[in-house]
Write a protein that binds this ligand. Structure first.
Ligand SMILES: [Fe+2]
Length: 246
């Protein structure tokens, strides 16, 4: 499979639009979304309308914010701003988008030797930040390639046959050739709320046959997204963090 891989869109339609525009001439047959279509931002319906109607084979799983916005959970454990935005989203979804969100698959999902999850394959709410976390995932799961989101940080972890785990953050754009002797745990970063101090949207194109992963960064109209968040009355911090990529 050759897939456009996005994650953590977080109701940021300007960012998603920039990503879709950037890849319009690139070749891929699947679109993967690793969850958190909504939450934080003020454009849930615009994002979901694009994702529901995207013309590629869709491999979508839900994230923690999607569960709360869909009414599956109540946001216990969320911080104030996250909970406020998730409950606001619940009130503002169109009927088709509410149905779509409630029907999203629970990860993990496997396709063509690639495992997809939001947090980790065994816990959709787990954060995989460092080599210690990654080692646990490699010990519990044997898939050669696992794609995950949730941390909003583009990163690659590899594991060799002796169980040695190495990780590195992806800074900017990069093409990575995957070593057939290694297993990988890869996060494409976040489209709608990057947190690596680079405000540009982060995403990837993964080719599971050629075993390549290409990381992209694209700028979008951050001020337009900020204005939509402020106009909706959502917590100001959710608008301001987008300027700094935090
Ligand atoms: Fe997220």
């Amino acid at each position: 499979m050759r897939a456009l891989v996005v994650s953590d869109l977080h109701s940021n339609a300007e960012a998603l639009r920039a990503v879709v525009h950037h890849v319009r001439r690139k070749k891929f047959d699947h679109i993967v979304c690793l969850g958190d279509f909504v939450g934080y931002g003020a454009q849930p319906n615009q994002v979901l309308d694009v994702m529901r109607t995207y013309r590629a084979t869709k491999l979508y799983i839900r994230g923690n914010h999607d569960r709360v916005a869909a009414g599956i959970e109540d946001g216990e454990g969320f911080n104030h701003a996250a909970k406020y935005a998730a409950l606001w989203t619940r009130e503002h979804l169109s009927a088709p988008n509410r149905r779509f969100l409630a029907g999203l698959a629970h990860g993990p999902m496997a396709n063509d030797g690639v495992m997809l999850c939001h947090g980790s394959p065994h816990d959709e709410d787990e954060y995989v930040f460092n080599e210690h976390h990654a080692r646990t995932v490699f010990e519990l799961h044997s898939a050669p390639l696992i794609l995950y989101g949730h941390t909003h940080l583009p990163v690659i972890f590899s594991c060799d046959r002796d169980g040695r785990v190495r990780g590195f953050s992806v800074r900017g754009e990069a093409i990575v050739k995957l070593d057939p002797n290694l297993r990988y745990l890869i996060n494409p970063g976040s489209v709608g709320q990057p947190r690596d101090r680079n405000p540009q949207s982060s995403f990837a194109i993964v080719d599971s046959t050629k075993r390549t992963v290409q990381f992209f960064r694209v700028g979008y109209d951050v001020e337009k997204t900020r204005a939509s968040i402020i106009a909706a009355g959502l917590p100001r911090v959710l608008a301001d963090r987008l300027r700094h990529g935090t």
